[in-house]
Ligand binder design. Sequence first.
Ligand code: ASP
Length: 380
Amino acid sequence: MRRRPLTWLIPALATAAAVTATVVLVPGGEGRDPDGRTAPAAHGERPAGKGKPDARDVVLAVHGGAGTALDRDKTTPEREKAYRGGLAEALKAGQKVLDKGGSSVDAVQAAVQRLEDNPLFNAGKGAVFTADAGHELDASIMRGSDLKAGAMAGVKSLRNPVAGARAVMDKSPHVLLSGEGADDFGARHGLKTVTQDYYWTQARWDALMAAKEAERGGKGGRKGSADSPAAVADAQSKGTVGAVAVDGRRDLAAATSTGGMTNKLPGRIGDSPLIGSGTYAKNSTVAASATGAGEVFIRGAATSTISNLMEFKGVGVATAAYEVIVKRLPGLGGDGGVIALAPNGEFDAPHSSPGMLHGYLTKDGKVVTKIFPDETPPNS
Ligand code: ASP
């Protein structure tokens, strides 16, 4: 009998060597140096996809929601200025904190509060309407150094739900308060309270009316066209806000705030107040704040999965965020985006929606805002 040549042994030995090398290169799957910087992934470990971050040396970033709301051809210069100005003001509010040596938690709270106070965005003033024409707001905040977190859901009378989330984190043994208990807790801790009409804006009211019209079968506008009631309601329901930051101590933080989805059922809670879905911060991996179809972001555990990919696969922030937002979540039936910041200043903002309003501040003080889909192409 002819003896088989031993050529099969070569690939087998090569595989064994590669496995050993992987184990040695990525001890415990960490792929990170003691400073928390992301080490390059071992060859073969990296999920295919985007590897290069959108920006480097970022210290603070904000988003103003994923979606299609801003079309370059239909946006007046005044409106463009208002959106860019709103994002830049939020960045400057956070920058002020960081410049004074403040913490990343204080910086993300300051940035998000500024966006909550801006009626253009779907958070605080300008929040969308529920199906029964009310407002129920959700927010959360997380600190990367010790994984402390606070959140509020279904807030009806706090001017700044993110301040409520912060109070839960700092002043209660809990992570998430909801409904009346959340409003009462905020009021007892001295937060500004408002009546429901404070949140009202004409644009959000029109979006609710368009959503009701779409439910009835949508007479105005062709079905599927950009001016159909469903499309108007969808476009105008966007505008959730969030922020991520790294401070001088290399501590990360993230925060998110929203009115939710136009025409949502009363009592519906989205991803924004859920730690690991809408918001996550861990010093050794990432600070992330999401926006988009909340139910999908909850089911896909969006932000904690980005962190887990970085921690357990040793991939960089851009690869991990792209993998979750562009490759995995759309399969669950909804789109959206995330802003994600690594402790070394690598920043990425992938989205599966046509656009995502966002901006960032670099350590040398440069402010960048991106509001049109052609400035932030999806899947890139
Ligand atoms: N994620 C938010 C929610 O589902 C909405 C959004 O980001 O537009 O409540």
